[in-house]
Design a protein around this ligand. Sequence first.
Ligand code: FMN
Ligand code: SF4
Length: 367
Amino acid sequence: MKLFEESKIGMLSLKNRLWRSATWLGMANKDGYVTDAVKKQYKKLAEGGVGSIIVEFTNILEEEKTYPGILSISSDSHIEGLKELADIIHSNNTHAFIQVGYGGSTTSIPENGRVILGPSAVKNPGSGITPVEMTEKDIEKIIEAMAQAALRAKKAGFDGVQIHAAHGYLYSQFLSPYFNRRMDKYGGSIKNRGRIFIETLKRMKTTAGSDFPVFIKMHSDDEWAENGLSAEDSLWIAKELEKHGIDGIEFSGGNIDPQSGNGASKPKLHKVEKQSYFKDQVSKIAAHLHVPVILVGGNRNVKLMEDILNHSNIRYFALSRTLHAEPDLPAKWLTSPEHKPRCVSCNNCWAEGGNICIIDRKKEKQI
Ligand SMILES: Cc1cc2nc3c(=O)[nH]c(=O)nc-3n(C[C@H](O)[C@H](O)[C@H](O)COP(=O)(O)O)c2cc1C
Ligand code: SF4
């Protein structure tokens, strides 16, 4: 198997095995609408040769905002701009997906009186925020908002949605015994902690149609946290999702504390031994799954990715920072597989007013 070969997921024909992992650009306007700056970035990505693009984390409820400049899919009025985005992505024979989720206590925006929900009132080690424990009514509200978001994604012409259940946001908190201390049917056993996942998937499929693809991004384990999600529980929920019709799983991981240097976006990846850093635990889980598995985290080397492809059940590779710094990296790899990515994994991607790679920010200053 090769990185640059066609493959199928359900009815979708993918031109290569590379995905752009959801990457928050922070370029939407204050109400979460698509701007020209957002369109420009996605045009570059689509022209750069990646097979499928997952548009960044979008919020599903108007009152919820995880980061400044986050895109929104919380009302029908957002559909028009999102449709323009999907059309831009499609114009280069690239598939368009969009990530949906609820941030909760993992946020960079101060509380300032807003209600931040969580499975339990457990202080977030990253933000320091203690969320309000959700009632069953709150859980139902989130599930319905996720389903409506999937329907809007379909109306906007996307090929599917991705549930954001990684990186310490609400869904990943439900799975983790560290964050989820509930005593009701949404806490305790993995069956209970994963209940919101299955209910959300089912509702999305009934609302947007059983043939509308739903993917998920989740952790292969949370072993950074004492009492975090175990690899066994991750496999258990992945198999349940598979039973209930999930169309693909992107596996990530890492500490949710941005200061730890050990998060989902690990630094200093020059040596190949440091790259594709979740491959070992994800390979173990993928061996038991039939749905397509996408590996994210430090994928920077064609030979390594093809080795993983041919020695495991991992079938796709998602890239975030390398495409952020170099949207045409897939096109370069197609002709020169030895090409070294421009991204130096310095983790200086975040900037006020829009996340532009630091190399480009420096260049702009020099002009
Ligand atoms: C600027 C930036 C924004 C990100 N935004 C998102 C996001 O919206 N959704 C998400 O699931 N992950 C997000 N991530 C994490 C990446 O998708 C990815 O999982 C992680 O960076 C590891 O992949 P990489 O080594 O290819 O960068 C973001 C990462 C960066 C650097
Ligand atoms: S800022 Fe650093 S980590 Fe981010 S894309 Fe640029 S080189 Fe890569």
